[in-house]
Design a binder for this molecule. Structure first.
Ligand SMILES: *Cc1c(COP(=O)(O)O)cnc(C)c1O
Length: 424
């Protein structure tokens, strides 16, 4: 049996251990230090470079490294003044880390559905939601969170235009879109804040970690203050605000510095894998690859995603969902919550589940698209502005392996396995 092909595995450059060794040798084994500063500088250099068809521009955003992307979302919301009773507009088609921190602050997420081109926040629906929230509550939502799902840029030009018109700050969730660009500009640098993630399966990793892209030094200082328990400047601990312990460790930042030496290679490899899927899937009927809608969009293709025509017959689809699954998706460590049923009222089509099972049997990890947040039981009560797009994509979509470990031969094997699973 061949080795299992995973969605996106961490891939080391070999330089990580040098930076970690330096941290040990200089006894900087704490949540601050030279690696944290160095990693922030590397990230700033990376995100600030704009290449719009040869027109080179430098931005001057500042980056604050944190313990997780989720922490970055949390602190961005805090910095936007989100508190109990407030509402925040957030893309429904996302991973839970985009919306959960809204609830940490006692605020309510208001979910906005996607458009079909990018699968991300629908600008028309966004504006409709803003108007309706103002009409219903008499208050403006406190922030707007679009998400670069699987790395694909959102329609940031239109979203920014609306946000500016209503004077609502944008927090870009670019956790999956590190290095994705719109008009040559890196995601995370358009909005008031930009969220990055360095979790184990993201574009680069620090084992776990994240960062917040801030407009300027002053905004970064504010975030840093709240990330380090909001300590006032006194010789003793003086607290006038509630803070968090969210700063990145100097050890993790050492991994990050090593990863920054290969980030361009990683992104190029993900794009290469996407191009190969494009070529090999071109004449596979009923299987469609998710692509950049126009050249203005430049996805990092963190994960490659396909949709299956509902009419496509996949072997074994009559047996899909017969068994209750025992492990959480992604194999979250130590998860003990058993599923109470084999099905829910919103799930991928039987042919998609059968394809996932067939690929799994061929030792290929594939995963359904993220289930929209407005269909999650935990958000039953949250307002949602929907158009059916994210639900219909969730029914037909599947994520395929794309990381640096995925070879050309792997992609051929994956596409062959997809073809083999198709019935007649
Ligand atoms: C991974 C991810 C995050 C943040 O993740 P951490 O695991 O906390 O670093 C936020 N939003 C999205 C959409 C993500 O995929």
């Amino acid at each position: 049996m061949r080795e299992r092909i995973y969605l996106c595995l961490a891939h080391m450059s070999g330089r990580e251990q040098d930076f970690i060794k330096e941290a040990f040798d200089s006894n900087w084994v704490v949540p601050m230090g030279p690696n944290v500063n160095g990693f922030e500088k590397d990230l700033e250099e990376f995100v600030n470079k704009v290449d719009d068809n040869g027109r080179i521009k430098e931005l001057d955003r500042k980056v604050c490294c944190l313990s997780a992307g989720t922490a970055a979302v949390h602190l961005a919301l805090l910095a936007c003044g989100v508190g109990p009773g407030d509402e925040v507009l957030v893309q429904s088609f996302t991973f839970c880390a985009s919306s959960h921190p809204i609830t940490y602050l006692g605020a309510t997420p208001v979910f906005v559905d996607s458009e079909r081109e990018t699968w991300n926040m629908d600008p028309d629906l966004l504006e409709k939601a803003i108007k309706d929230r103002i009409a219903k509550t008499g208050r403006k939502p406190k922030a707007i969170i679009p998400v670069a799902l699987y790395g694909m840029p959102y329609q940031i030009d239109r979203i920014l235009e609306i946000a500016e018109r209503y004077e609502i700050p944008v927090i870009e969730d670019a956790a999956e879109g590190l290095g994705s660009r719109f008009d040559g500009q890196v995601l995370g640098t358009f909005g008031e804040y930009g969220v990055l993630s360095f979790n184990g399966n993201k574009m680069i990793t620090t084992s776990g970690g994240g960062a917040l892209v801030c407009r300027d030094e002053e905004a970064k200082k504010e975030v840093l203050f709240y990330a380090t328990q909001a300590r006032e400047s006194y010789p003793y601990y003086q607290h006038e605000h509630i803070g968090y312990n969210y700063r990145m460790s100097n050890i993790c930042a050492g991994i990050g510095r090593g990863q920054m030496t290969v980030i361009d290679e990683h992104i190029a490899h993900h794009k290469h894998v996407q191009a190969l899927y494009r070529e090999l899937l071109a004449n596979v009927k009923g299987v469609t690859l998710h692509e950049n809608p126009t050249p203005r969009f430049d996805s990092n293709f963190w994960l490659c995603a396909v949709t299956l025509d509902p009419a496509l017959k996949v072997k074994g689809q009559e047996n899909a969902y017969k068994k209750v699954i025992t492990g959480a998706v992604g194999g979250a460590a130590g998860v003990t919550h058993a599923a109470s049923s084999a099905t829910t009222d919103c799930q991928p089509n039987a042919n998609v589940e059968a394809m996932r099972v067939a690929l799994d049997a061929a030792n290929i990890e594939a995963r359904p698209l993220w289930k929209p947040m407005h269909k999650q039981p935990v958000y039953n009560e949250a307002p949602a502005y929907v158009n059916g797009v994210s639900e219909s994509l969730f029914a037909v979509g599947l994520c395929l392996p794309a990381g640096p470990y995925v070879t050309d031969e792997d992609v051929r094997y994956i596409v062959d396995s997809i073809k083999n699973a198709i019935g007649n």
